[in-house]
Design a protein around this ligand. Structure first.
Ligand code: FAD
Length: 372
């Protein structure tokens, strides 16, 4: 399917959907196991930062918006690596702000967060893509009498540079992945049960081939970054304080990396930031991405904020890995903190779950339509 569209929107991605799906079949099991390990399931996050952009007092009081946090002072294990952050706003386990959250106890799923407050967040995030809008789009917007109101749906239609299109696709893919999770674990008020909701999925993702592609696109970016990080991941010590679990986890991470080594090349980051304005564009890309991570502080639903922040950081970490050095050896001075590695692996796991959910929705759709 990718190949069919290669002349168009998806030319950044050398892939085939089926190839990515079969990769996911190999990776899903080990990824789920790694995400359950205490090193990866405890994530420190400041859920109560002030929103820097507007007065966000419309907090969600719905039961399923709540996050179950660990007690203050909880320390799940010894400290490991420290470093500054690049694409994302600084945040690490040492920070006095924030609490540990057990991600396994707080899955990303339907919360009931909806309406204008949720829409404003998505609109603001897409508007971050408004940097240096091409003239053609400006004219379109002026004609329509709005200034950058609907870039999400139009940017890709304009002859855009690759970097900006990648930015849009990353955001749209994250949005589609979140939608997939909330439809996969949807709360049915009639039966009072959590179950997949096919109509929810079709109306938000399934009927939009581009949104589906963008989920695959993010998965490919994340995989590529894990591939590049292979040596760091296999050389790292996962200090948990329990040697048996540390050995088990190291073996699982080695298994994950060994599958990644067999993958076809999915995303070629070397094609990005190569033109005459590469340095300026890269800085702008980073700034815009940092802003997306700040916008997440304005999300009015705790659970959505938790996963929004984590996944923005995960993608930011992948981009940092892809665009900061060339080969699979980390350059001297390039470091990652635990939060970055934890967010990267959990974000890959979330996208992997989205791919699994897409396959299962696909089967449900065919069963329903063949039985009619
Ligand atoms: P929205 O999903 O709010 O979309 C708004 C508009 O954006 C759509 O009308 C469409 O035109 C466009 N659009 C939609 N998807 C895409 C796409 N993939 N690419 C490009 N354009 C698109 N709700 C939960 O139940 N659980 C969660 O965990 C959760 N996490 C969230 C995290 C964040 C950061 C935010 C901002 C919201 C979250 N929500 C969550 C709310 C959820 O994403 C929706 O906003 C909500 O369900 C209302 O949906 P909607 O139908 O109004 O469309």
């Amino acid at each position: 399917i990718c190949r069919l569209r290669e002349s168009g929107a998806i030319d950044d991605l050398r892939c085939e959907f089926h190839a990515i799906e079969s990769v996911n079949d190999q990776l899903a099991g080990v990824l789920r196991q790694i995400a359950q390990a205490s090193y990866f399931k405890y994530y420190k996050v400041d859920l109560y930062k002030d929103c820097a952009f507007w007065n966000s007092n419309g907090h969600c009081v719905l039961r399923d918006c709540a996050v179950e946090t660990e007690d203050e002072g909880f320390q799940p294990f010894q400290k490991c690596d420290y470093a500054d952050t690049d694409f994302c706003v600084a945040q690490d386990d040492d920070s006095t702000e924030g609490v540990f959250v057990d991600l396994q106890k707080n899955p990303e799923r339907f919360t009931g967060y909806t309406g204008e407050t949720a829409n404003i967040i998505w609109r603001s995030i897409y508007e971050e893509n408004c940097f240096d809008i091409p003239l053609q789009l400006r004219r379109l917007q002026n004609d329509a009498g709005d200034s950058c109101q609907q870039p999400a749906h139009r940017l890709h239609e304009v002859n855009e540079c690759k970097e900006k299109r990648v930015f849009y696709r990353v955001i749209s893919g994250l949005h589609a992945s979140i939608s997939t999770h909330l439809c996969q674990e949807y709360f049915n008020v009639t039966t009072q049960e959590w179950s997949p909701n096919l109509e929810c999925f079709m109306s938000r993702v399934g009927r939009f081939p581009e949104r589906l592609e963008n989920i695959y696109f993010n998965y490919a970016i994340l995989l590529r970054s894990v591939f590049k990080l292979q040596k760091y991941l296999t050389d790292s010590t996962y200090c948990i304080g329990n040697p048996e679990e540390e050995r088990w986890l190291k073996a699982k991470v080695e298994e994950l990396v060994s599958v990644c080594l067999t993958l076809p090349e999915t995303f070629d980051e070397k094609q990005m930031f190569t033109g005459p304005d590469a340095i300026v564009l890269k800085e702008e890309f980073k700034d815009r991405f940092r802003n997306v991570s700040r916008i997440m502080d304005c999300v009015g639903c705790e659970k959505c904020r938790l996963w929004g922040k984590l996944q923005t950081r995960g993608v930011a970490t992948a981009l940092k890995i892809l665009f900061s050095y060339d080969n699979t050896e980390l350059p001297i001075g390039f470091e990652l903190d635990r939060g970055e590695v934890v967010s990267l692996i959990n974000t890959l796991n979330q996208f992997s779950k989205s791919l699994s959910a897409i396959s299962s929705f696909h089967r449900m759709y065919h069963q329903q339509h063949h039985s009619l």
